[in-house]
Design a protein around this ligand. Structure first.
Ligand code: AMP
Ligand code: ZN
Length: 486
């Protein structure tokens, strides 16, 4: 029974889909104006976990994640340039080239981190007509007014404005002003009003479209309303994004979507907290970032990064340090070594010790119960580690049967259908090069002949030249690959 913390109600709620057996999820995608960083990737790894859990629970999931390639201004206050337009000027490229360049990197990062691709990845620039139609609808209903630089949404006309924040409109304005997120602006009726359609300046040529209000480009918030409703319907199940979006972006999405349709927009708002560095948000605009490739080039694996990114509770900040990443790498290596060890168990015998297996299934149950409780990963991972340590103990005392080991591998792979740490590759990968296989055999022969010096030197060679760690077990050596640099 999956429970999610819903920002809208500020409560842990039992998840119930709108249509039985089906779930619609929308994720605010990247703004493709600069290198995506591992803070952004925290969002997508955590959302991937949620999606895998829903799939594991038998739902058919439709996942939509947009790409913002126009419309996201430098400031939430509806001032400043479009982030992509500014970067294009700086790099002396077209906005399209900038977006393609950074989107490509993002897609590679998603692959590296084993994130299941969304079913639809709509680009804002390819949905202008949908946005114009939505703004027209809002205009027909009287929510839109004209200011000097664009068409604006009058937030004072939307009764529940700010509902996602738990504040009323006045408190929200106050809080936004104090945080300097938005402020008074010439021509705006209310502080929280926001731009739906921005008029083009004379020198702006690219990503400019005609509209009933003149040439220009859409506001960032209207993009997500138009694209989510186009692909998931006017009322859908889960909307994801960073907690920075609660007060402005998501609040505005709710206002304009519900004002247009007269219906509830989204049932569950699933917002994940920041990845921080030295206690401050990792941020593209502050350029305080590490990318996936920074991490890989230091010798850590993408799966260690994934394990690190999903190791916290998603409502809490997670602080990035290389020491923490190193711990995640060591834990991952330990998990991989465990799977290889289990795959290498050859002891015959079909016996299953019921007491032992019951303990293992209790831990497996605890894993699933913890993830179902609003993705409580610290608790879930500790249940998984207890499967590993209990099994290792039994193995070390020489009691683990092949049948038990096979069963435990099945449990671990089931767990991994949610964690996504590519454990099955560890099980299946027996692709040792011939020379490495020969070395392992040579070392085994040396060990049996009690030539420990030779055995140790071959073992070092395997580690240093092939990155292979050998472990001696009763039924012969097992091996796993060590991450580079460790
Ligand atoms: P952007 O590309 O800036 O539109 O951001 C893409 C996603 O990353 C959004 O859901 C943001 O809320 C989220 N995000 C940005 N910075 C961080 C961070 N340091 N930690 C976690 N999520 C972040
Ligand atoms: Zn969005």
């Amino acid at each position: 029974m999956l429970k999610l913390f819903n920002t809208l109600t500020r409560r842990l709620e039992l998840f119930k889909p709108i249509n039985e057996g089906k779930v619609g999820i929308y994720s605010c995608g990247i703004t493709a104006y600069y290198l995506p960083h591992i803070g952004n990737m925290r969002q997508y790894v955590v959302q991937d976990l949620l999606k895998r859990l829903l799939i594991h629970n038998g739902y058919s999931v439709k996942h939509v994640q947009n790409v913002t390639d126009v419309g996201h201004l430098v400031s939430d206050a509806d001032t400043g340039d479009d982030k992509l337009r500014a970067e294009a000027k700086k790099e002396q490229k077209s906005m399209k080239e900038v977006a393609e360049f950074y989107l490509n990197i993002f897609m590679k990062d998603m692959d590296e981190l084993n994130i299941i691709k969304p079913d639809v990845m709509p680009k804002a620039s390819e949905h202008i007509e949908d946005m114009i139609n939505l703004i027209k609808e809002l205009e027909n209903k009287g929510y839109v007014y004209k200011a000097d630089d664009g068409m604006y949404f009058d937030t004072s006309l939307f009764r529940d404005y700010g509902m996602l924040t738990g504040m009323d409109a006045k408190e929200l304005s106050q809080s936004l002003m104090e945080g300097a997120r938005i402020g008074k602006k010439e021509g705006k009726r209310n502080i929280t009003d926001f731009c739906l359609w921005r008029f083009a300046h004379g020198d702006e040529k690219e990503m400019i479209w005609g509209s009933p209000w003149g040439k220009g480009f859409p506001g960032w918030h209207i993009e997500c309303s138009a694209m989510s409703m186009k692909y998931l319907g006017e009322h859908f199940d889960i909307h994801c994004g960073g907690i920075d979006h609660i007060q402005v972006h998501h609040t505005n999405e709710i206002a304009q979507s519900e004002a247009a349709t007269g219906e509830k927009f989204v049932n569950y708002w699933f917002e994940t907290n920041f990845l921080t560095v030295n206690g401050a948000k990792m941020s593209k605009s502050l350029r305080s970032i590490y990318t996936v490739s920074d991490v890989l080039s230091k010798g850590y694996t993408a799966m260690a990064l994934r394990l690190f990114l999903l190791s916290g509770k998603h409502e809490q900040t997670l602080n990035f340090t290389f020491d923490a990443l190193k711990d995640a790498q060591n834990s991952l290596d330990g998990i991989y070594a465990f799977i290889r060890r289990m795959s290498g168990i050859k002891r015959s015998g079909d016996e299953i010790n019921e007491v032992f297996m019951r303990e293992i299934s209790e831990s497996a149950k605890s894993f699933f119960a913890a993830v179902e409780e609003d993705l409580n990963l610290p608790e879930a991972l500790s249940a998984m580690y207890s499967i590993i340590s209990k099994t290792n103990q039994r193995h070390e005392s020489g009691k683990l049967s092949k049948k038990e080991a096979d069963h435990i591998i099945e449990i671990m792979l089931d767990i991994d259908s949610i964690l996504g740490l590519r454990l099955s590759i560890q099980k299946e990968e027996s692709a040792l090069s011939d020379s490495a296989k020969n070395l392992i055999e040579e070392r085994e022969a040396a060990r049996k002949a009690k030539d420990f010096e030779k055995a140790d030197s071959i073992r070092d060679k395997l580690l240093n030249e092939y990155g292979i760690v050998l472990e001696d077990a009763e039924e012969g050596p097992t091996w796993h690959k060590k991450a580079k640099g460790f």
